[in-house]
Design a protein around this ligand. Structure first.
Ligand code: 4AZ
Length: 244
């Protein structure tokens, strides 16, 4: 996250740190005890499930402690429309955690799922939402950061699709946020949440996906529009285990 602030422990309890192989890193968002939502492009090289670790309750990058819990991955599932040839389209993946002693994540003061929005949930243009992650603090940074957060305003679709912004690279399955903003997502934040609140309740409205650089003027961050994938999400996470 560029701009923004260090997050206080426990303020983004749905954040998952996803370590993929020896070098790759993405964020994710806990939506139920066994399921995390992330960005498909983080998984498009088909990493071995055995090489993926998902850490909850984490504050500092790569640091575990008494408040963190680490899980392996049972499976990860792309939407049917996802293609490795166009990994910024339909940039959403569902990651199923491997149970330990018959269960996945237990709630703690530092670990809790975010709410999914309803299908008809919308937030108005210019609404202020929150992004969070361990990604770079500048475009040319080389290191990930401790967990940070910042506010970004939703950008009207007709502005984001202007030719001088992103033109037709932004589809109706995407949301833009943070144009001419000091706060933006950056490398390593992918897969994490764009959380928008109604009253006291935060909803997973977008997934950090792509953008031209970080914090460039006139180049907002682009997020997967979660409400467009709710039927798929619910069908996958409610799926009964196959009979054996
Ligand atoms: C990335 O590389 C990335 N400014 C994610 C989001 C943005 C840029 C880069 C948006 O994961």
């Amino acid at each position: 996250i560029m701009g923004g602030n260090t997050a206080l422990p426990g303020t983004h309890p749905w954040m998952a740190a996803i370590y993929i192989g020896k070098t790759d890193f993405c964020a994710g968002t806990l939506i139920s005890s066994c399921w995390v939502v992330s960005a498909a492009h983080c998984f498009f090289r088909s990493p071995l499930k055995s090489q993926i670790r998902v850490v909850f309750g984490q504050q500092n990058f790569n640091v575990t402690g008494p408040n963190t819990r680490t899980f392996g991955v049972e499976e990860y599932i792309f939407p049917k429309q996802f293609s490795v040839f166009n990994p910024t389209l339909h940039d959403i993946v569902l990651v199923k955690l491997k149970k330990e002693n018959g269960r996945c994540v237990r709630r703690t003061p530092f670990i809790r799922p975010i709410c999914l929005p309803d299908k008809d949930t919308t937030f108005p243009d210019d609404y202020c939402c929150t992004i969070s992650g361990w990604g770079h603090m500048h475009e040319k940074a080389k290191e990930y950061s401790n967990l940070r957060e910042g506010g970004v305003r939703l950008v009207p679709h007709q502005i984001c699709t202007k030719p001088e912004v992103y033109g037709n690279h932004v589809t109706s399955d995407m949301i833009c946020a943070g144009i001419n903003s000091c706060v933006d997502a950056c490398q390593g934040d992918s897969g994490g949440p764009l959380a928008c609140a109604k009253g006291d309740v935060s909803f997973l409205y977008g997934i950090i996906s792509w953008g031209e650089g970080c914090g460039r003027s006139g180049k907002p961050g682009v997020y997967t529009k979660v409400v467009n994938y709710l039927d798929w999400i619910h069908s996958v996470i409610k799926r009964k285990p196959k009979a054996s």
